[in-house]
Design a protein around this ligand. Sequence first.
Ligand code: MRU
Length: 354
Amino acid sequence: MLKQQTKVHSSLRTVEWKNNTVVMIDQTKLPNKLVYVKYSDYKDVANAIRTLVVRGAPAIGVSGAFGLALASLQSKAKSKENLLQDLEKAKKILYETRPTAINLAWGLDRIMKVAKSGNTVSDIKASVVEEAKKMAEEDIETNIRMGKHGSQLFNDNDTIMTHCNAGALATVAYGTALGVIRATKDSGKKIKVIATETRPVMQGSRLTAFELKHDGIDVSLIPDTAVGYAMSQGLVSKVIVGADRILRTGHVYNKIGTYQVATMAKQHNIPFYVAAPLSTFDLKSNPKDVIIEQRKASEVTGIAGKKTAPDDINVINPAFDMTPPELIAGIITEAGIAKPPFETSIKKLFESKL
Ligand code: MRU
């Protein structure tokens, strides 16, 4: 039986299963409108992931799982074998939406495992839906645990810089990096946040600034180009970001620009932390295996539909970059905090979960 929905005070619920539909905040409309969209077709969920209606590694992991749950309900198969074939087809469509965040593959594989272990068509449909709902609840509990661990690293009166959005809006609720910030505040420490805009899609200004204001957390917005200035002026005590994929060596893949922030933090002796659940770790791949998503040129050649670059300009628009382990002071997970050397400490975290 699924537990009651985990209560998270004063935070947004990004994606949810309601009456056999998937309900999500349409993040493309933020910060101007807080609107929810509802899907009963897995192809619409795939499209929502592709077009950033829902984004953020843990949120797309759970959305992928919900998408497969919808696919199982949509299937007209009369045998287990045919149902699994329908699910494999849906899995491929959902998987191909975004290549870098490992949580998507993790969520889809976890549902397929449950589907394969079922006996009858109706058993499989019921257990797949239950598993996806369980994953959503676990995501919140994981973030709360991560927040508790991470809050020990932050002090009263710290000003914490963050990049992109690793908040409630990047997860089911509460957030990874912003979950640590919420937990630090809830532990009674006074903190301030500096959020970078995060060009070109503006997850920092549209989403992080919106959700921290929504929860009454002191936040100032800076252009990405002011990171060096803010650090050199002593305005930043620590940095915390999320991650889309972390390798066993501690190489962290996160929103484009993270590497610049981490490099600048090193230059100014400012600790740079990463917060991510164990589902974001990819213990098999090497850096050369990771595909960096390249997004459309129009994200760079215009702002809010207005052209800001000449016609036919060549554009390079990678959505993620890699921060090497030597720039990272610690990786916060639900199982504890990994410190350098990461190859050893990450291994230990996974062993402690066995
Ligand atoms: O392209 P997005 O918005 O899906 O980018 C992913 C992210 O949200 C970030 O990189 C984030 O910092 C890590 S996900 C908690």
